[in-house]
Design a protein around this ligand. Structure first.
Ligand code: NDP
Length: 352
């Protein structure tokens, strides 16, 4: 365990890793979008030739994008809304800003934890609104385009739209829960979250719908029903686990969680060791991954490309789990070790 008071170790491979990610993420996003439109739709093939510069630029595009951001910011700032309190910032959180910061690393992870313009919290705003709702709108536009092309949207397109709408709707419905996530409490607002929220999420998370528009897939009702069942199981685990932890963190004596077994920690907080959090150490990630599989299955098994999200998300969650593990070890020390002993699997029971 790192001694208390020592600066947090660098994440994402430090400045070198951060620089590589800042080049790789936009390049991957463009590759995926171009590949989804190309005939062979190869995830691992050579990058498709980029369109002529003229086709990439439209004066209306930045205007549309700024209007979309402006509209979302106006909704965000509407006075008639519930105000929730975020996590208390402790003194030690200042240790995340080392004086000898590396400009590349700092630009990637962001130095400012909660940048605000008046009452607009930039990070909280970007996490949920323009990108996440934008993803649903892009999906919907692709569904409408498919209906124009082929007379009606395919069953596969309906499933992908429906599943992802449920996911985004759920995130917006449980908006307050985001205040306790790592993105809000730990990560600064840098390239990673700004690019991730505003570009990566809407454009790569809609990859299945983009693929289906250019590569229609037949889907029989029985197979569609099995895929719906897989999504429902994933959602049940994801929501059950997240709600259980949120309820417990808000009020440990809430009757819905009061009977669960816990471990006490030196900070005064407790850790759940039964219920969803007694099954694996990150049951919410397991549910999320099962849903990711269900989003790709309607695209058939002829191409790897629509499975990109599942592959990327597995890597993201394995890495995220490891980061969270380090943070929990720093926070809870021996109590966390005891939790790991009692709940040995991280994400998938008896596997990982
Ligand atoms: P989690 O919601 O899993 O929160 C981790 C924190 O929960 C820990 O730091 C700890 O914080 C607390 N905790 C851990 N174990 C226990 C326990 N046994 N009992 C009580 N509290 C515990 O973290 P994330 O922010 O990573 O994920 C939130 C959701 O967002 C997940 O469902 C994830 O799948 C999803 N997600 C989706 C992404 C996407 O792109 N679609 C990207 C990233 C996440 P503390 O003790 O301080 O409360």
């Amino acid at each position: 365990m790192a001694p208390q008071g020592s600066p947090a170790p660098l994440e994402f491979g430090g400045p070198l890793g951060a620089a590589a990610l800042m080049l790789l993420l936009p390049a991957t996003m463009f590759h995926l979008l171009l590949a989804a439109r190309s005939g062979p739709a190869r995830l691992l093939g050579l990058p498709a030739p980029p369109p002529a510069p003229g086709a990439l630029w439209s004066p209306a595009a930045p205007l549309l994008w700024l209007s979309w951001l402006g509209l979302q910011a106006a909704f965000y700032l509407l006075p008639a809304r519930k105000v929730a309190e975020g996590q208390e910032l402790k003194d030690k959180s200042r240790l995340r800003y080392p004086i000898n910061g590396n400009p590349i690393y700092d630009f990637f992870l962001g130095r400012e934890l909660n940048p605000r313009l008046g009452s607009l919290d930039c990070k909280y705003f970007c996490e949920l609104r323009p990108g996440l709702i934008g993803w649903v709108l892009i999906n919907l536009a692709l569904l409408v385009q498919e209906a124009e092309l082929r007379g009606s949207p395919s069953l596969a397109m309906w499933l992908v739209n429906g599943f992802q709408l449920l996911y985004v709707g759920d995130a917006l419905w449980h908006e307050e829960a985001i205040l306790t996530t790592m993105d809000i409490t730990h990560d600064g607002f840098g390239f990673m979250l700004a690019f991730g929220d505003l570009a990566w999420v809407p454009f790569t998370y809609s990859l299945q719908a983009q693929f289906l528009l250019y590569h229609p897939q037949p889907l029989e009702l029985p197979v569609a029903s099995v895929i719906c069942l897989i999504n429902a199981v994933g959602y049940y685990i994801f929501r059950g686990a997240n709600s259980q932890k949120n309820t417990f963190r808000k009020n440990p004596s809430d009757p819905r969680v009061a009977g669960l077994e816990t471990i006490s920690t030196a900070t005064g907080r407790q850790l759940l060791v039964s219920g969803w959090w007694g099954m694996v150490r990150h049951p919410n990630y397991l549910g999320d991954l099962i849903m990711a599989l269900a989003w790709s299955l309607p695209c058939g098994v002829s191409h790897l490309l629509p499975y990109f999200y599942l592959l990327y998300f597995t890597a993201l969650l394995v890495h995220r789990e490891a980061r969270d593990e380090q943070q929990c070890l720093r926070k809870y020390g021996l109590a966390w070790r005891e939790y790991c002993r009692r709940v040995p699997y991280r994400i998938v029971p008896y596997v990982y």
